[in-house]
Design a protein around this ligand. Structure first.
Ligand SMILES: Nc1ncnc2c1ncn2[C@@H]1O[C@H](COP(=O)(O)OP(=O)(O)O)[C@@H](O)[C@H]1O
Ligand SMILES: [Mg+2]
Length: 382
């Protein structure tokens, strides 16, 4: 059994990563020059993977950057978010505090609020704050960490990365304003916020009047071009000793849609089911398999939507010929008019079940779309 050369669901690095040269250049140059960046895309287009790539790049060379990062969604509360940032700051290679014999005390001396520190078997410290940590103490620590980064500027790039930024206000409504103030106070540190959920990111960063409006360069991740992705699929398939022809690669792209995660997911299933080569038949079976794996989750999502939204989903998946916001479409899905269709689409979009592609609403997950089509052997229509 050869290991499956495709990967999906979690960020990719190394040989599992392809393309994104222009976006990487744009991101790196901002990070190196203290320019703030907002990295935007729907989920699973590759923001975290790109950030990892940039981080690896910044770590190389004579002056490895000082980069502090946290994943906002992975913190259950403000205390754990601040602890994540603190640990990340402590581990910055070449931090001034590491020059002291007692690096941990030297590091802690720089924070106004002391976390508790525990050491694992290897003597690696972990930091924790009281679970009820709140403003203004939490703000002080964030400000201190920002200040630490600022001390590094001059000798090397300094970057603060907040991934899944769309969720930041869950930890405090004031945090966007705090970050704006800190970014203004430390203009040589590059603040990078990455997020999905267009509406939330607009409210935080890109819409006029948003707390971080006008202070960050926008880098948007679109699809990876088909030529790049097709070549990548074929190269990976060959590396897994089950070669894939150009036609099978193109079929994979056509069925999976534009999201890199979905493309790798479908290729993964096709690889599993293929004989010596991944041909078109294997790709089609792969699609069925992916749908089958998720069928119960899809049934649950579907059951959780009101009837009007369900009919809109089925129609979008079927690719009804009428424009979505026409009276004919509304009639076809049994809604009062295009305003009702719009409300249904907006609600589905807010949940990222539906997404805009070339300005037109589409079911975001191609496997869910396949499940919604009657050919899948069940009847989702009520
Ligand atoms: N540059 C890339 N090359 C190949 N696959 C990618 C790339 N970027 C993302 N992917 C695919 O998308 C999946 C999700 O990537 P991730 O970085 O976690 O996305 P995001 O952070 O935007 O949600 C990965 O597991 C991989 O299958
Ligand atoms: Mg991510």
């Amino acid at each position: 059994m050869t290991a499956n050369p495709f990967h999906y669901g979690t960020p990719v690095e190394g040989v599992r990563f392809t393309g994104r040269e222009r976006e990487l250049e744009a991101l790196l140059s901002r990070m190196r020059n203290g320019v703030n960046v907002v990295l935007l895309s729907p989920r699973r287009y590759g923001k975290t993977s790109l950030l990892l790539r940039a981080e690896a790049e910044l770590r190389r060379g004579v002056r490895p950057a000082a980069l502090v990062k946290a994943n906002v969604l992975r913190s259950r509360d403000l205390a754990t978010l601040v602890a994540q940032l603190t640990a990340s700051a402590y581990h910055v290679p070449g931090g001034r505090w590491h020059r002291a014999r007692q690096a941990v005390p030297e590091f802690l001396r720089r924070l106004r609020l002391r976390p508790t520190v525990t050491f694992d078997d290897q003597g690696k410290p972990a930091f924790a704050f009281e679970a009820d940590l709140a403003s203004p103490d939490a703000d002080d620590v964030i400000a201190d960490l920002y200040g630490l980064l600022d001390e590094e500027v001059g000798s090397r790039p300094a970057v603060l990365v907040l991934d899944e930024f769309q969720a930041i206000t869950a930890h405090g409504a004031h945090l966007p304003d705090l970050l704006k103030a800190l970014a203004d106070a430390h203009p040589r540190v590059s603040l990078v916020v990455a997020g999905s959920r267009r509406h939330l990111m607009e409210r935080l960063v890109t819409a006029e009047g948003a707390p971080l409006y006008g202070m960050a360069q926008k880098v948007a991740l679109g699809p990876i071009p088909d030529e790049v992705m097709a070549a990548f699929l074929r190269e990976r398939a060959a590396a897994g000793a089950r070669p894939m022809g150009e036609d099978a690669a193109r079929l994979t792209l056509a069925l999976a849609g534009p999201v890199p995660n979905d493309i790798q997911h479908l290729a993964y299933e096709a690889f599993e089911l293929a004989g010596r080569r991944i041909d078109g038949a294997a790709v089609l079976r792969g699609l069925d398999q992916a749908v089958a794996h998720e069928a119960s989750a899809y049934a649950e999502i579907f059951a959780g939507r009101p009837p009007g939204q369900r009919r809109v989903l089925v129609a979008l998946a079927a690719g009804l010929a009428q424009p979505v916001f026409s009276a004919a479409f509304a009639r076809a899905v049994g809604l009062a008019g295009s305003n009702s269709v719009k409300r249904a689409v907006d609600a589905l979009e807010a949940e990222e079940i539906v997404t805009l592609r070339d300005g037109r609403p589409a079911v975001a997950d191609p496997f869910f779309a396949a499940w919604l089509r009657p050919a899948a052997g069940h009847e989702p229509v009520d």
